[in-house]
Design a binder for this molecule. Structure first.
Ligand code: GRF
Length: 218
């Protein structure tokens, strides 16, 4: 078997997507392993969760770098390099990353966003989806570019918006989809099957079909 790629997951909170990636990595055939979890918030619940799985954790508290985003990112970057990290997965990481950092990790940095991009970039996506009356909502895993919630799309998962949905009920349905698509996306990226070409993601391989890129939950 080829060597598993070393992944760092960056979090700010509870880390349920991080946990879904950790679970996927438990399969020895999975092409990646999570060797580091970093939070920008001390005491983030996800840190404890990662430690329970025996994964090394670190905190780089962004408040220690007021008015200097790049100084924060240089520390982050240093830790990633020290650990020989090959790909970085953002999972509820609530800091915007500068073009400098994004360039360092070009095509090796992925994010999950709780909406069908390019709709509903930013925060409060479920509230806004309900306000707009969309009939389908969902989540997107994408390579990160310097713009917020932007970059070539790897996989999307869609759920119907139901009568009577609240942001919480809709958000729970979307989160369940997130936990399915993020491990699949990381697998495609770590195995080298998903590659950026002309600002779009091309998926190579014999079993590449629509199911690799789109999950529709009835
Ligand atoms: C998820 O909805 C993710 O899409 C968004 O932030 C939330 C993080 O949740 N970026 P968790 O920390 O992974 O549970």
């Amino acid at each position: 078997m080829t060597e598993r790629k070393k992944i760092a997951v960056l979090i700010s909170g509870r880390g349920s997507n991080m946990a879904s990636l950790i679970s996927a990595c438990m399969d020895p055939a999975y092409p990646a392993e999570i060797t580091l979890v970093i939070s920008n918030r001390p005491g983030a619940a996800g840190l404890e969760r990662a430690a329970e799985f025996g994964i090394e954790t670190a905190t780089v508290d962004h408040t220690e770098f007021p008015r200097d985003r790049e100084a924060f990112e240089r520390v982050l970057n240093e830790k990633l390099k020290q650990h020989g990290i090959e790909f970085v997965a953002l999972a509820g990481f609530m800091r915007l990353l500068s073009p400098w950092f994004v360039t360092q990790w070009r095509e090796r940095l992925i994010n999950i966003h709780p909406a069908l991009l390019p709709s509903f970039k930013g925060l409060h996506t479920h509230e806004r989806a309900l306000e707009e009356g969309v009939k389908l909502h969902g989540a997107t895993v994408h390579f990160v570019s310097a713009e917020m919630d932007d970059g070539p799309i790897i996989i999307q998962g869609a759920v119907p918006v139901l009568d009577g949905d609240t942001p919480d009920t809709l958000g729970a349905r979307v989160l369940a989809v997130e936990h399915q698509i993020y491990p699949k996306a990381l697998e495609l990226v770590a195995s080298g099957q998903a590659k950026v070409k002309d600002q779009r993601v091309a998926i190579a391989g014999e079993d590449a079909d629509l199911a690799d890129r789109a999950l529709i939950v009835p």
